[in-house]
Design a protein around this ligand. Structure first.
Ligand SMILES: Nc1nc2c(ncn2[C@@H]2O[C@H](COP(=O)(O)OP(=O)(O)OP(=O)(O)O)[C@@H](O)[C@H]2O)c(=O)[nH]1
Ligand SMILES: [Zn+2]
Length: 204
């Protein structure tokens, strides 16, 4: 099973994807649709640039969290308390409007013998961030990926983000923050663990 299919039911196989030329043509259509002229000098290279930047901004479709989380360590002198990586910045795009979501993720787990490389937690945030998202889905996906691959005693994920679709357009409310949380295992069953996670996230 290739990584993309394993990773995400809604991702497209490479063979089903439009060509770069087709994607560039779609950008030209949008440029005409907003009222500009894709043949003027300043816009000639724009479709190619947009497609290239989409490759980067949506590179999460080509990566699987399971591959990143596969490498774990056991030699931690019996450490079994919470591991929290907080304030992980990310950029995503909302699946409704395809405009940016800008936020921070806080990710914790309670190890059960094995721990993750710390950078891998940030990489998982990156993998799910670089897709079209709702904040709720992204929060749940990060928690589930860590839960499924590491089998810790519990996972806690909090995301705080500003949605540009609410700031730049539509209801036009700048500066509002949306908070979402997913708790599994001990973070779900033990109020004290959940409270400690919240206070560690909040402490500066
Ligand atoms: N639950 C959730 N909603 C989101 C997220 N990102 C954007 N939205 C919302 O998705 C909704 C889409 O609503 P629609 O009425 O279909 O679209 P719209 O006419 O563009 O809505 P307005 O933004 O209110 O103008 C809006 O209320 C957005 O604020 C997200 O991550 N989670
Ligand atoms: Zn939106």
């Amino acid at each position: 099973m290739d990584a993309i299919v394993k990773n995400f039911p809604q991702t497209t196989r490479d063979s089903d994807r439009p060509s770069q030329q087709e994607a560039e043509e779609a950008v030209r259509v949008l440029l005409r649709w907003v009222g500009d002229d894709p043949t003027r000098e300043g816009l000639l290279e724009t479709p190619a640039r947009v497609v290239k930047s989409y490759r980067e901004l949506f590179s999460g479709y080509d990566m699987a969290a399971e591959d990143v989380l596969g490498r774990t360590f056991e030699e931690v002198a019996g450490y079994d308390d919470m591991v929290l990586v907080k304030d992980i910045p990310f950029f995503s795009h909302c699946e409704h409007h395809m405009v940016p979501i800008i936020g921070k993720a806080h990710v914790a787990y309670m190890p059960d013998g094995r721990v993750l490389g710390l950078s891998k937690i940030a990489r998982v945030v990156e993998i799910y961030g670089r897709r079209l998202q709702t904040q709720e889905t992204m929060t749940a996906q990060i928690a589930r990926a860590i839960d499924d691959t590491l089998n810790p005693r519990g996972v806690a994920v909090m995301i705080e983000a500003e949605h540009m679709c609410m700031a730049m357009r539509g209801v036009q409310k700048q500066g509002s923050t949306t908070l979402t949380t997913t708790f599994t295992g001990t973070f779900k069953t033990e109020p004290a663990d959940q409270a400690r996670f919240m206070s560690m996230v909040r402490s500066r």
